[in-house]
Design a protein around this ligand. Structure first.
Ligand SMILES: NC(=O)c1ccc[n+]([C@@H]2O[C@H](COP(=O)([O-])OP(=O)(O)OC[C@H]3O[C@@H](n4cnc5c(N)ncnc54)[C@H](O)[C@@H]3O)[C@@H](O)[C@H]2O)c1
Ligand SMILES: O=C(O)C(=O)C[C@@H](O)[C@H](O)[C@H](O)COP(=O)(O)O
Ligand SMILES: [Zn+2]
Length: 363
């Protein structure tokens, strides 16, 4: 078991990482609640919801809401349905909302918890690898058709209980998606970790490797969000790969590509821009080989119109005074944020699409 402490502007919270935690909630929760609402999705619910509900003592009133699995549920409609569930179940200011699932459930239920009665306690119970990123740091949000996470706020959980046993039921494409954010944390922090990761076959990772990688990722993220919770400076680095990724997700339609796979493609693009801008050499060749070996769907980029992607990128939250900004790497472990003119961006994107198309044809 590992336990990390993360400080936010409102409180410090524990991240507990261990196999089997879903059935041991009462040993880990600091506070007693009379009413709890567990929010989960239609894939995670059938696997783990009963065990979580049964982990509470009988005198706790536990209700639940199940949303359809998939990114499309991070919507105004589901947000409104869930607020209705809070009201129907008469949750009060001493109640607890639990997000049991991947990042979609975490972002959605966290946003519900942050706004219902102007904020009730929120517990993150991540079940995907990707959620090592989403369950810490306090960003909660829903999507708008114009762009990802356009409606949200910063609202830290009271605790993160990461039962790593639940990762056993994750399909391989969701492991691949999760590693889009794991590799991001490696590139932002540590060359030797990158070198180790970039030879891994993601379908053959051991349980211990999964747990070690997600713990390292949380440590990298924690160090950043503790310095800059509200993203005025260094937190923007955690957006490496996201300017293109979010544009692809919105343009393709939410759920057509997983978030982490889009991020993995976006990181490749950011590496190319970095190499050109700073005349540096990054491990781009081994990164691309790793993407191909692990069957990241690089051809998805070819399904979207580059013009439309640039229009989407204008909605990126790093855009200031109509200037699009990218997180770039001066070296592995040395991220920076740079303004990229639209003329340059069009050129970079057209060259990138051409390169992806050539590599896709060869594989
Ligand atoms: N708040 C943040 O800081 C932050 C950071 C990164 C990503 N995100 C957001 O997180 C979301 C992506 O997270 P995700 O990839 O976990 O998405 P997700 O929640 O949609 O989960 C992916 C799929 O895996 C299934 N699943 C989850 N856990 C499972 C398990 N243990 N066994 C079997 N199936 C399981 C889900 O039902 C879903 O079908 C995006 O909305 C992204 O924007 C937020
Ligand atoms: O925590 C952060 O900050 C991140 O940027 C982490 C990202 O992986 C995550 O996808 C986040 O939700 C993106 O935030 P956004 O502000 O660009 O919507
Ligand atoms: Zn992300």
């Amino acid at each position: 078991m590992s336990t990390l402490m993360i400080s936010s502007s409102t409180h410090s919270y524990q991240v507990v990482i261990k196999k089997g935690l879903r059935t041991q909630l009462k040993d880990h929760l600091d506070k007693k609640y009379a009413k709890v609402l567990v929010i989960t999705d239609s894939k995670v619910g059938p696997l783990y919801l009963d065990e979580v509900i049964n982990a509470f003592p009988e005198d706790v009133e536990v209700s639940h809401s199940i949303v359809s699995a998939g990114e499309a549920s991070k919507s105004m409609e589901q947000y409104s349905n869930l607020l209705n569930a809070c009201i129907t179940n008469q949750l009060d200011r001493n109640s607890l909302i639990i997000g049991l699932g991947g990042g979609m459930v975490g972002d959605l239920s966290g946003f519900v918890a942050s706004t219902y009665l102007r904020g009730v306690d929120f517990l993150q119970m991540p079940t995907s690898i990707l959620a090592h990123d989403s369950s810490v740091g306090g960003k909660v949000a829903i999507n708008h058709k114009q762009g990802k996470n356009l409606i949200g706020c910063f609202y830290s959980p009271i605790q993160v209980i990461y039962d790593t046993e639940t990762l056993q039921t994750l399909p391989v494409e969701e492991i691949r998606s999760g590693y889009g954010e794991v590799v991001k944390h490696a590139l932002l922090s540590d060359m030797s970790w990158c070198e180790q990761l970039l030879v891994e076959d993601l379908s053959a990772l051991s349980y211990q490797q999964l747990e070690d990688h997600l713990t390292l990722g949380i440590q990298v993220k924690a160090e950043v969000v503790e310095q800059d919770e509200k993203e005025h400076g260094v937190r923007r680095h955690l957006n490496l790969g996201h300017t293109l990724a979010h544009a692809m997700e919105a343009e393709l339609g939410y759920g057509e590509i997983t978030h982490g796979e889009a991020v993995a493609i976006g990181i490749w693009f950011a590496m190319k821009i970095s190499e050109d801008s700073f005349k540096v050499s990054l491990p781009t060749k081994s990164y691309v080989q790793w993407l191909i070996k692990n069957e990241y769907p690089i051809d998805t980029l070819l399904k979207v119109n580059p013009e439309k992607l640039v229009n989407r990128m204008r909605w990126d939250k790093k855009t200031i005074d109509n200037n699009i900004h990218f997180v770039l790497l001066e070296a592995v472990g040395s991220p920076t944020v740079e303004k990229i003119s639209e003329t340059k961006l069009h050129q970079y994107l057209n060259d990138f699409v051409e390169e992806v198309s050539q590599i896709d044809k060869r594989n």
